[in-house]
Design a protein around this ligand. Structure first.
Ligand SMILES: [Cu+2]
Length: 124
């Protein structure tokens, strides 16, 4: 009887291992990316996050107003950290990986122009 339970235990162990590997495989399709993005307020936050969601393969996107840290979860096969950074730069927001589009920056409301010269701010 004891051996019987041992086998059940072993079987359960194998089952939990295989489900663990299954999960690891699933999560490897996704990647969490993070980089610094210039910005000022909640309007900036909305623009940065909307621009990210417009990139195919972006599952979630969040920009922290206080720290300037942008975090997103992407589908690795569909997009890259650089592509997301480029999309954010295209709407006027300079970041660690890309220079801001100058025209888009100039069109931002004055309060959102994080760097009044309109130049890309110093890199971090
Ligand atoms: Cu703003």
């Amino acid at each position: 009887m004891k051996t019987y339970f041992k086998y059940i235990g072993l079987f359960g162990l194998i089952l939990s291992f295989s489900s663990l590997f299954g999960q690891a495989e699933k999560s490897s399709k996704l990647e969490t990316i993070t980089f610094h993005v210039e910005g000022v307020c909640n309007m900036c936050k909305a623009r940065i996050e909307t621009a990210s969601y417009d990139v195919s393969g972006v599952k979630s996107a969040k920009w922290d107003k206080e720290t300037g840290i942008f975090t997103a979860v992407i589908v690795k096969k569909k997009t890259t950290r650089q592509k997301v950074a480029d999309a954010i730069a295209a709407v006027g927001y300079a970041n660690e990986l890309a220079e801001a589009n100058h025209e888009a920056y100039q069109k931002l409301p004055m309060c959102c122009q994080y760097d009044n010269g309109g130049e890309s701010p110093e890199k971090h």
